[in-house]
Write a protein that binds this ligand. Structure first.
Ligand code: ADP
Length: 477
């Protein structure tokens, strides 16, 4: 058994803005089920939704702040959470990264630098908690200074740094570095300096003992200029210490056999019941009810990363086929408007819902036949995995976690029952349209289609498998 301090800026269901919260809410639990002694450490934001009791543990002094360490638990899990309580920084409305108006916190660097310093005190067992971790597992730029600062300590724990999305790096002016009072040894090209600015992310990438990211393909991609944001050189230099471990999903919440958000539950033996959800979806979205027409679905933030523009470029040609298309999402206003115009001119084929709707997301996964996910980059991606579980065949671009979770339908993969979806290479409307046409052809062969659905539904997407890979990594250290 190892002692693991899991450092994160968010954890579901305490506080969530994105995928990191899902990982931080699930992985520590799965590690703990495997017998590891895991504690989460995160800032005590005002917005945290606390359900369990909170108790005071100790006070540490860093940078002239007296910071309390509080203890609670992850709801419905026996995982200890340590909250770094410094009201001067965290007791404000808003989320971890933006204020109530949606503006980035002006003092983001100060907030997370303090969080990192306190984490180092805890990691070095200098905060009166009588617990010293073997491994400090950091996540994304907000915890990037932890491996950097720990590198200056004697008898330090080993460090792991996980990249959930390279697009966010925590870059600040060099003046911020000075105001943070950070040790001079860290400020150089081979340290946390990045083109004369301070990079929190580099702190994690340079100084941690192991780097991971959330899929094996993304681990390769970030070593190239297209995905590395100028850090590809550093990442390929450290490639022997870099690996990819695919995220699991919450298999209780996303389970077609028990899902309370859908009209009729089903599994791979009762796929006919999926059609009840199809009809329910068509009815709810005012589309013609027809259980034989293929429905395409898409649920996403509407941003360029997700290839929404590729889908819009394909829609005119898609409309020449007998099919329906339902989309749920929000984001880029121009995308929202163009999509809504499509729906207005083709209300019998297209339904666009702008907004965030967890319940509708479940019904779409259960009701549609084909899921579109043509992302330009995708560190891991969740919706393609939900789709596989719900017998909804994904069409994905060959990148990141999409490439690692969906197996293209080819004569040989059909033969050995490994095919689970349709994969295309180039980020172009033409390539996406080819994949869509391939999907339509297979859809017209009911027996083959059913086998595709079953292939995807029978795979293991649980956190246990991923957690075992993290344990194997910890054991190398
Ligand atoms: P990312 O984290 O880049 O947004 P992922 O596929 O990894 O993409 O995760 C997105 C998560 O957010 C999924 O759980 C997806 O179902 C959910 N989601 C995104 N947009 C919406 C929406 N408009 N309504 C409901 N759920 C959404």
């Amino acid at each position: 058994m190892k002692k693991i301090l899991f450092v994160t800026s968010e954890a579901h269901p305490l506080i969530k803005t994105g995928g990191l919260a899902d990982v931080a809410g699930s992985l520590p639990k799965a590690l703990s089920d495997l017998g590891e002694d895991v504690r989460i450490i995160m800032p005590n934001y005002q917005a945290i939704k606390m359900t369990d009791e909170v108790r005071y543990l100790s006070t540490v002094h860093v940078n002239n702040y007296a910071v309390n360490i509080l203890e609670t638990r992850l709801p419905e899990a026996n995982v200890i959470v340590w909250l770094v309580d410094c009201p001067e920084f965290f007791d404000f409305p808003g989320n971890p990264y933006v204020d109530e108006q949606g503006e980035l916190w002006e003092n983001s660097a100060e907030r997370f630098a303090l969080f990192c310093r306190v984490t180092v005190e805890v990691a070095m067992n200098r905060s009166w908690l009588d617990w010293k971790p073997d491994i400090v597992h950091c996540n994304d730029w907000q915890s990037g200074l932890v491996p950097a600062l720990l590198s200056l300590e004697h008898n330090r724990p080993a460090t792991v740094f996980t990249i959930h999305n390279m697009a966010y790096q925590g870059i600040f002016p060099s003046a911020t570095y000075l105001s943070l009072n950070l040790p001079g040894q860290l400020w150089n090209m081979n340290g946390i300096e990045f083109h004369n600015r301070l990079s929190f992310l580099k702190g994690g990438l340079v100084y941690s003992d192991r780097i991971t990211t959330v899929s094996p393909t993304y681990a390769q991609e970030i070593q190239t200029a297209d995905f590395g944001y100028g850090l590809e050189g550093l990442l390929s230099y450290r490639k022997d210490f870099l690996s990819g471990i695919i995220n699991g999903i919450d298999t209780n919440h996303w389970n077609p056999e028990t899902d309370a958000n859908i009209k009729k539950t089903f599994n791979h033996l009762t796929l006919n019941n999926k059609l009840v959800n199809k009809e329910e979806l068509q009815q709810r979205l005012s589309l013609p009810i027809d259980k034989n027409i293929p429905i395409f679905g898409l649920i996403s933030r509407l941003v360029e990363q997700k290839g929404i523009d590729l889908v819009m470029d394909c829609l005119p040609e898609m409309l020449t086929h007998p099919l329906q298309f339902v989309l749920l999402g929000s984001g880029n206003k121009e995308f929202e408007q163009r999509l809504q115009e499509f729906a207005e001119s083709h209300p019998d084929k297209i339904s666009i819902t702008i907004g965030y709707d967890e319940t509708l997301a479940h019904l779409i996964e259960a009701g549609v036949d084909i899921f579109l996910m043509p992302s330009r980059f995708e560190p891991c991606g969740l919706n393609q995995i939900y789709s596989l579980r719900y017998g909804t065949v994904p069409v994905v671009r060959k990148t990141g976690g999409l490439a690692d979770t969906v197996i293209d339908t080819l004569p040989e993969t059909l033969n050995d029952n490994t095919a689970t979806g349709f994969v295309f290479d180039e980020a172009s409307p033409g390539a996406l349209m080819e994949a869509i046409k391939r999907a339509l052809i297979l859809y017209s062969l009911p027996e083959t289609w059913k086998q595709l659905q079953i292939n995807g539904m029978q795979k293991d997407y649980s956190w246990t498998k991923s957690a075992q890979q993290y344990v194997a990594l910890y054991n190398q250290l």
